[in-house]
Design a protein around this ligand. Structure first.
Ligand SMILES: [Fe+2]
Length: 281
């Protein structure tokens, strides 16, 4: 599949992805031949190449977190990135709200670049689509909303010792609400860290969205960085009131780990935007 495959969701019924691939390829050949030829000759957008080169320098691999000045450096690049830097445009049919699909809209993802230390991915969320509450174990993640309007809710775990005092049921874990806001592109980059910044988050598209994610390191089930999903409950639902004394002013909730939800399944599509020029060192 290609990015063009998400252009017209009315032609993208769930379960007909094979058909969709063929359709998408035909459309691209017909409409975009000239543009693709041009693209292969064109230079990589400076911002994307700068992002790639900086990621190579900043991400040191599993068990490490970028230093504050390196986080600033990546945020500065991402804050200034435009949809066009990764081959997107608000003019694409996918981003027109009148194309809203009936039923559960599926999220689509494409990978610009991936290595052991980091990955650059784009997520496409049709209107009302949800990426359910999930974690990023041991990872630092930069999320740049390129297009659309999105609600982001995020949590961090409250320290175990504090949570133990609260006497909550064992399948629940106390978490502090970090973000519960609507973001509209263009906006600044959000950063989450292994234990802070809202490591467990949920995206809900208010309009069709594209989010550029930089994950360092990427998910890896083999290396203990598999994705877990959660359901959240209001603090009051299970509280005996003790935690209010230890989390002054914070808004907390209870998270329960759940099986991978059906709406977390994503379609992977081929990335056809500008390619980064890989370093060889
Ligand atoms: Fe995420």
């Amino acid at each position: 599949m290609t990015i063009e495959a998400v252009v017209d969701p009315r032609r993208d019924p769930v379960g007909q992805h094979v058909h969709k691939v063929g359709y998408a390829n035909r459309v691209i050949k017909k409409r975009c031949k000239r543009r693709i030829n041009k693209r292969s000759e064109a230079k990589v957008p400076m911002a994307l190449q700068e992002l790639y080169v900086s990621c190579r320098e900043v991400f040191k691999g599993p068990g490490t977190v970028p230093l504050p000045h390196d986080v600033e450096r990546l945020c500065h690049i991402l804050d200034n990135m435009k949809p066009e830097d990764v081959g997107l445009s608000s003019k694409l049919q996918f981003f027109k709200t009148e194309n809203a699909v009936k039923g559960t809209p599926r999220v689509t993802t494409t990978t610009i670049y991936k290595c052991d230390k980091f990955s650059l991915c784009i997520f496409f969320l049709p209107e009302t689509a949800v990426i359910p509450l999930h974690n990023h174990p041991g990872m630092t993640v930069f999320s740049k909303l390129l297009l659309g309007t999105m609600h982001i809710k995020s949590y961090d775990w409250v320290s175990t010792s504090s949570a133990e005092e609260s006497g909550q049921p064992s399948h629940l874990r106390l978490a502090r609400l970090v973000t519960d806001s609507v973001f509209k592109a263009p906006c600044n980059t959000s950063v989450l860290y292994p234990t802070t910044g809202g490591n467990i988050h949920q995206f809900t598209a208010i309009s069709p969205c594209a989010v550029l994610d930089v994950l360092g390191p990427p998910y890896s089930a083999e290396d203990g960085r598999d994705c877990s999903y959660y359901k959240d409950f209001p603090y009051d639902a299970f509280s005996d009131g003790k935690m209010e004394l230890t989390t002054e002013g914070d808004c907390c909730g209870w998270l329960e780990e759940i099986e991978t939800p059906e709406n977390s399944e994503m379609d992977g599509i081929e990335y056809l935007g500008p390619q980064v020029v890989e370093s060889t060192d």
